[in-house]
Design a protein around this ligand. Structure first.
Ligand SMILES: *Cc1c(COP(=O)(O)O)cnc(C)c1O
Length: 366
């Protein structure tokens, strides 16, 4: 039996440090907006090489708060990739604006910069590239188009903690970026958590206010209509410990991906994810394409190897977006990908031997 992730094993590996950090919060009465939150925000900003980090309740809130801070709302449009987790699009609806879907690239599964311009109208305010599966989107092309049309670039980094584009950490390339600390992400809490990262001081103040009832420094002074979205101290203390291991864990993920690539290479009907030059992929997920996915699923099922499908349908075709009446011809690459993709187990606690076993089995039976 090989699970899809092994968070219990990860906890066992760092148990003493985690327990100490959590109990310290409890002993100190550090629950909300305390020392460990402040410390984590500083350390995460420093890790990324960013000016400001503002923690919040989860990754979806992080995206929504960025849109609010940029004053995106009713009448506005925001460009999002057709294949991503639903958060990227639903936040646009939730601020009263309209998501506009763009097809993805065949090789990276990230938004196709060449197809953005044709979707831009005079209502378009921003584009949200997603560094899907941990692979940095083609930011050069995206930034060029965004500059040309004067729209904001908001990075969805929920799957890409520590990934780099041309030597620069993802999350520092656009005007602001959103991170999720959902337990299974590359940097995950033991509950919900999220953060916004930006280099823009004014925007960071606005974001901090919006997530804290519109208050900035003085209690009971509410400058804007805000909300309550915060990371709690226990989660922040856990993230502080895990941040120290992030690079090491990402390195193992990249090594395991290389093993998968070498052991699976040359099997007819299986296409492996490329490792792009100048894009440091952090393999939140190891996604292969299979020309006969049902057959591959049967092999994995019969041998108790877990897998996932991220995601079974491009967003324009999930029930919630049926109202947009899109046709499959508009998103040929995403539609084809959704039929072929399958995520194999990849996490730092997985061994090279386990990867070898999975690959041997696929090579023999597929
Ligand atoms: C996980 C995820 C989010 C949202 O994060 P939550 O913390 O679960 O709200 C947003 N975008 C993408 C691409 C994600 O994978």
């Amino acid at each position: 039996m090989i699970p899809f992730a092994d968070l219990k094993q990860q906890y066992r590996n760092i148990k003493d440090e985690i327990d100490e950090a959590v109990f310290n919060c409890l002993r100190e009465g550090d629950y909300i907006r305390g020392k460990s939150v402040c410390q984590f925000e500083m350390n995460f900003a420093k890790y990324l090489g960013a000016g400001y980090c503002i923690s919040c309740g989860n990754g979806t809130d992080a995206l929504e708060i960025i849109l609010k801070a940029l004053r995106i709302g009713p009448g506005d449009e925001v460009i999002v990739p057709a294949l991503t987790w639903i958060s990227t699009a639903e936040v646009v609806n939730n601020v009263g604006a309209e998501p506009v879907f763009v097809d993805i690239c065949e090789d990276s599964f990230t938004i196709d910069p060449g197809k953005i311009a044709e979707k831009i109208t005079n209502r378009t305010k921003a584009v949200i590239p997603v560094h899907l599966y941990g692979c940095p989107a083609d930011m050069t092309g995206i930034m060029r188009t965004a500059r040309e049309f004067n729209i904001s670039v908001i990075e969805d980094c929920a799957q890409a903690h520590g990934a780099e584009y041309h030597g620069q950490k993802t999350g520092t390339l656009g005007v602001a970026s959103a991170f999720s600390f959902f337990p299974s992400k590359n940097l995950g809490a033991y509950g919900d958590g999220g953060a916004v990262v930006t280099n823009d001081r004014e925007l960071s103040d606005q974001i901090r206010m919006l997530g804290n009832h519109g208050q900035l420094d003085v209690k009971h002074e509410h400058a804007v209509i805000g909300r309550n979205s915060r990371l709690d101290s226990v989660q922040a203390s856990i993230l502080g410990i895990k941040l120290k291991y992030l690079d090491e864990w990402n390195k193992i993920r990249r090594i395991l991906a290389d093993h998968y690539r070498s052991y699976l290479q040359g099997i007819t009907g299986i296409v492996l994810p490329p490792d792009f030059e100048k894009r440091t992929h952090v393999y939140h997920l190891f996604v292969v394409r299979s020309s006969d996915r049902n057959r591959l699923i049967k092999i994995l099922d019969e041998n108790s190897i877990s897998y996932g499908i991220h995601y079974p349908a491009p967003l324009p075709f999930v029930e919630a977006y049926r109202y947009k009446r899109h046709s499959v011809k508009e998103f040929p690459v995403a539609v084809k990908a959704a039929k072929e993709i399958i995520s194999l187990p990849l996490y730092p606690e997985l061994s090279e031997d386990q990867v070898k076993d999975i690959c041997k089995l696929i090579r023999k039976k597929y």
